[in-house]
Design a protein. Structure first.
Length: 95
């Protein structure tokens, strides 16, 4: 499992079985997912800031993925910082 940060979006990425060090080369090539990229924590590059949370089992398997993003649209044009309770969040539960 590979965890990646410092991106400005969420993403799942995969690799191909072709030309992987220490992986037996077979006639049948296949793709496998092994990288989860967490969402950005800042609104840089016009993205809504967010966090991702999940648990890891004793066997090393991730489960219970949840994401939350702050919706910045309602804050545009505000002259003062809004109270946390007035902010709007978008939640995405993949459990």
């Amino acid at each position: 499992m590979e965890l990646v940060a410092h991106e400005h979006f969420s993403d799942l990425r995969y690799h191909s079985s072709q030309n992987v060090l220490d992986l037996k080369d077979t006639d049948v090539k296949y793709d496998f997912h092994n990288m989860f990229v967490s969402p950005g924590m800042s609104p840089y590059k016009n993205q809504n800031p967010g966090v991702a949370m999940f648990e890891v089992s004793d066997l090393g398997l991730p489960f219970g993925l949840k994401m939350e993003f702050l919706d910045l649209n309602p804050t545009l044009g505000m002259s003062s910082i809004p109270a946390y309770s007035d902010l709007t969040f978008r939640s995405f539960d993949l459990t």
